[in-house]
Design a protein around this ligand. Structure first.
Ligand code: PHE
Length: 461
């Protein structure tokens, strides 16, 4: 056991009521599990290709290593200092901040209502490919997918199965459920990802995808490239809804949160980069378009697998990979309201998880049905699209912005630095941290917010 592993494991009796991570490896795998998700797999490669390839990758790396690192450090600092769920944590800093935690909890809840549906789709495909139904899918991937999501009942059943899998992991203590599941799944995910990368880049004609992905084209870098990168960093690193506050609350005082807040984004970057290398060369090798949105996974990739030697085998592997990515992210989202109910109402994890699982499923129903029988529009969007717009484009940046305002202006810096320095070496970047949390980070988020909410467009007209 190395020093930091020991550090995270020494919990007190009071802490064991809430649960705690047993080691820094488990913590890192769990945090990375939250970061690598379905968004990484279809969105990062595609957004990169559309926004100037290598130049976008550079901007994305830069934003992750600056704002991303500081946001994660800020969340871990709040979480570990307060040792509470986001609502309790913000409230314990000041009653006036409670609403920020409430927004964070709501975002996690809202995202889950549709993440579970997509998780169900992934599960359906994983099972279908594993049972050898690849040829049925390959005969008409778009038709198969449309027919599936167009049926009212079947996708809901897969959503229930996906929620149930989350439930069976989450009813255990943090160390025996969430942490253990991620410790097993994440290394497997990385191995599968590497196999897919090797397969993808060694296909004939893979070069076209590699160059679409990586050739820097600075002429494509505009203001909207930068806001796209900022938004993607937030979603991909799961920043701005209190996941890292919740995870930080399970960390022991001696864990070095400075180190963790660099390790998490760096591993997140490596995995996002690998997702691009696993997907784009393969898509290009078979002359398909990467501009499919989420259909990339369910419609484009089945074509790729069909055309690839031993493609069905790779399809099984790949859908398991996506499944691990999806469930490790949904677990992190579930953990936010679970921590809330355990802290605030002193419910057991089992009771909390049972109530939440049922509630979550009921709230998912209108979104799942918005692909078939529920045709109502909300501001011109389907129920599914509206909820994701509300959570990701409006509330996530808002919550991140408010956190930086609190860190930069309202919470005493001395206490923050003392927290950051616990369990590690002195914090040498205090001035940098102050400039980031006071100016650069909130300003950048305000810009993403104005952009993603569509408000900026009103001015550009
Ligand atoms: N980071 C995940 C992804 O890339 C999504 C996610 C967002 C997970 C927010 C948790 C919280 O798909």
């Amino acid at each position: 056991m190395n020093k930091s592993t020991k550090a995270v494991s020494s919990g007190t009796a009071a802490k064991s009521e809430r649960g705690a991570f047993t080691g820094s490896f488990g913590f890192l795998m769990t945090a990375i599990g939250s970061a690598i998700g379905i968004g990484n797999l279809w969105k990062f490669p595609y957004v990169t290709g559309q926004n100037g390839g290598g130049s976008f990758v550079l901007i994305y790396f830069f934003i992750t290593l600056t704002i991303g690192v500081i946001a994660i450090l800020g969340e871990l600092t709040i979480g570990r200092h307060c040792k509470l769920n986001p609502v309790g944590a913000y409230r314990s800093l000041s009653k006036k901040f409670t609403f920020v935690g409430v927004i964070g909890e709501s975002i996690a809840f809202l995202i889950l209502t549709y993440y579970n549906i997509i998780g169900g789709w992934v599960l359906k495909y994983t099972v279908a490919y594993s049972l050898g139904q690849g040829s049925k899918i390959a005969a008409d991937p778009a038709g198969y997918f449309q027919a599936f999501i167009g049926r009212p009942v079947e996708p809901l059943i897969w959503t229930i199965v996906f929620i149930a899998l989350n439930y069976f992991i989450l009813i255990h203590k943090v160390s025996d459920g969430l942490e253990l599941a991620n410790k097993i799944m994440m290394p497997m995910l990385f191995i599968f990802l590497l196999i897919m990368v090797i397969r993808s880049v060694t296909l004939p004609n893979a070069m076209a995808g590699i160059s679409f992905y990586l050739t820097p084209d600075f002429s494509k870098v505009t203001f909207s490239t930068v806001t796209a990168a900022l938004g993607q960093v937030f979603f991909s690193m799961s920043i701005g809804m209190g996941i890292m506050i919740t995870y930080g609350s399970y960390l022991d005082d001696e864990a070095d949160i400075k180190k963790l807040s660099i390790q998490i984004p760096v591993l997140g970057l490596v995995s996002a980069f690998l997702c691009g290398l696993a997907i784009l060369p393969a898509v290009f090798a078979f002359d398909l378009s990467p501009a499919q949105g989420s259909g990339l996974i369910f419609v484009t990739l089945p074509h790729v697998f069909e055309a690839m030697p031993a493609g069905r085998l790779f399809a099984v592997l790949f859908f398991f990979l996506i499944f691990f990515a999806a469930i490790s992210s949904s677990l992190s989202l579930f953990e936010v309201p679970i921590a809330y109910c355990v802290d605030e109402f002193h419910w057991s994890r089992k009771k909390t998880a049972s109530i939440l699982a049922i509630l979550m499923f009921l709230c998912s129903i209108p979104e799942a049905l918005s692909f078939n029988i529920f045709t109502a529009k909300f501001f011109g969007m389907s129920c599914f699209d509206f909820i994701s717009y509300l959570a990701e484009s409006l509330l996530m940046p808002l919550c991140g912005f408010l956190m930086f305002v609190i860190l930069g202006y309202l919470w005493e810096p001395k206490t923050q630095f003392a927290e950051i320095e616990k369990g590690g070496t002195p914090f040498g970047a205090k001035n940098y941290y102050r400039i980031m949390v006071r100016y650069l980070a909130p300003l950048s988020i305000a810009i993403i917010w104005l952009n993603s909410s569509g408000i900026l467009k009103l001015f550009q007209k």
